[in-house]
Design a protein around this ligand. Sequence first.
Ligand code: GDP
Ligand code: ZN
Length: 355
Amino acid sequence: MTSLASLGFDEFFAAQLRRLDPAWVPARIASEGRNTFRLLGCRAEIGELTGRLRRSLAPEERPVCGDWVAVADGEERAVIHHVLDRRTALVRRAPGREDARPQVLAANVDVFFVVTSANQDLNERRLERYLAAVWNSGASPVIVLNKVDLVKDPAPLLGAIERVALGVPVLQASAKSGVGLEALRGYLAPGRTVAFVGSSGVGKSSLANRLLGREVQQVGELRADERGRHTTTARQLMELPHGGLLIDTPGLRELGLIDDAGGLDVSFPDVAAFAEQCRFRDCRHAGEPGCAVVEAVERGELAPERLASYRKLVEELEAAERRRDPAEAAKARQRWKVIHKGLRARAKIDPKLKR
Ligand code: GDP
Ligand code: ZN
């Protein structure tokens, strides 16, 4: 059996586990069903929530792919007693819904490959949105310009990406020719969890298959358990052949932002730098007197689209917050803040994640 460390279990989770019933062991959620979860790291392959957890967990607290849980292990089935705090969580508003309930897409991902395609027009605004969401998750983004085999010269595209992706590593790749895959693999390591995000059709599955070293990707079919119930899921956590873990998340086309814990400022260091000079500390850069950001735009030092895009994301966050319980929103903000700090501290010591 794979070691817990190679599945990503470390002191952050071990410390939490020590505070719980010593009879419980850790397991990682490989995929979610309605009532059952596929587990890695413990003896049983399938886990079920205790009745208490089923009743008490808020939707966003239910285990998702990548989560660590404490289980009472068994021969065939384990009972999930506790969901350990997440180090990172990619959260979005449930798509197409007005109530802005947070939906956790993946937990404990360390690096998100944000994939764009060289044969499509670059959508800078969408890229910014993905970057902000990834920073807010607590993970680190790496931008992958895929399908470079389809263009003569990717340099102009890379240049355009670098203008919005300040400080974020940018790789060029081709899932078809294999170009750039070594650079991508450089971000993998035993115990490290990666995932791909990006619009549909950019080549996320193709890149994932390359990392997995296989042609056909098994997408979310849990084996029927012995009671004959089928559980299907669209996401799963897989071990990579040369170490590391991959969470496969299908196209996140409607990535709404729900909480900001500084992810915006990390994604917009240009705006943030000018904002420090604004007269008011809580300046929204929307016509307040003494606004250094608007002045920078007027002087031509900051592209107006950057400010517009920043404002749009701020408004989206504020709207999401207004629709929610203020106490909850504050709590969530605090949580992401803690996560974010931890990750940034880690990014400093890990040269691969250095920005
Ligand atoms: P996803 O929706 O992001 O998972 O994208 P897929 O991996 O399904 O790829 C979408 C299409 O793009 C498929 O037809 C792939 O064969 C093709 N594709 C993926 N990567 C590359 C690449 O690097 N070069 C070329 N030419 N085609 C690619
Ligand atoms: Zn301002």
